[in-house]
Design a protein around this ligand. Structure first.
Ligand code: ADP
Ligand code: MG
Length: 255
């Protein structure tokens, strides 16, 4: 059984973003839901999640990213594997861990990833915040994605400022040898687009002509797997579902 499970490489992505709160989890869940609807065995991981209220008073609060990823991927992985480090304060993981007296160990994360990957046909690893957010004083999410050789999905919240944030992120990733497989420009509301929002997609295609750039819409029911899967299909996420696609992607910024 183990030999069979290890007989193929899953499609793997690190999911990063231009900021916190810009749709990384929604986009990851949409891709997971779409892949699942097509019959893929999907597994997801949130290596470190901060801002998760663990006390009883929080009952009724919003679902954690790990909860949302587990629901969308249909995963039955133990939560301690999916998300080995859960921190209460809504701070960068390094700071939240420091203040909680928790030591984040990359070898522990490696071991969890190996369990997540076993038997999976698609693996999604969601970071926290943007790509250089520190996990420890010595390791950012970019370091983790490089360590795990994960091609990236860069989720870019469509608002004024996103061009700079995308270019910075692509430059940082590629300088570290990490492939940016696709940039997903995602709607941040269902309101009419501002001029910036209406022009960002074309601007990104001009600035990054060798990269795959997709648009993801506002979804009225982002906790509904069918709605997410339909949005993912409409956004063209199927091109992210082949192993060859996961290995490809442009590697250089245009000057
Ligand atoms: N495309 C979208 N459609 C509907 N709601 C969205 C969308 N993108 C983000 N949201 C909402 O915005 C909030 C932040 O999104 P989330 O995916 O959690 O961001 P991140 O993972 O980058 O922190 C959530 O409440 C989420 O439901
Ligand atoms: Mg998230």
């Amino acid at each position: 059984m183990t030999d069979f499970l290890n007989a193929y490489e899953p499609i793997r992505y690190g999911v990063t973003g231009t900021d916190t709160g810009i749709g990384k989890t929604v986009v990851a869940c949409a891709l997971a839901a779409r892949a699942r609807s097509l019959g893929y065995r999907v597994a997801a991981m949130k290596p470190v999640e901060s801002g998760v209220a663990t006390r009883a008073v929080s009952i009724g609060g919003r679902a954690s990213d790990a909860d949302r990823l587990a629901a969308a991927s249909g995963s039955s992985l133990p939560r301690a594997v999916m998300c080995p480090y859960v921190l209460e304060e809504p701070l960068a993981p390094m700071i939240a861990a420091l203040r909680a007296g928790v030591s984040i160990d990359l070898d522990t994360l490696d071991a969890a990833l190996a369990v997540v990957e076993a038997g999976a046909e698609m693996v999604l690893v969601e970071g926290a915040g943007g790509i250089l957010v520190p996990i420890t004083p010595d390791a950012s999410f970019l370091d983790l994605f490089a360590r795990w050789q994960l091609p990236l999905l860069l989720v870019a919240g469509n608002r004024l400022g996103v061009l700079n944030h995308v270019l910075l992120t692509v430059r940082a990733a590629e300088a570290a040898g990490v492939v940016v497989r696709a940039i997903v420009l995602t709607a941040l509301s269902d309101c009419d687009a501002s001029v910036a929002e209406a022009t960002n997609f074309d601007a990104l295609t001009t600035l990054l002509p060798h990269h795959t750039i997709l648009r993801f819409p506002w979804v009225d029911r982002p906790d509904d797997a069918d709605a997410l899967a339909a949005a993912a299909e409409g956004a063209g996420f199927d091109l992210l579902l082949s192993p060859a696609a996961a290995l490809g992607g442009a590697t250089a910024l245009s000057s």
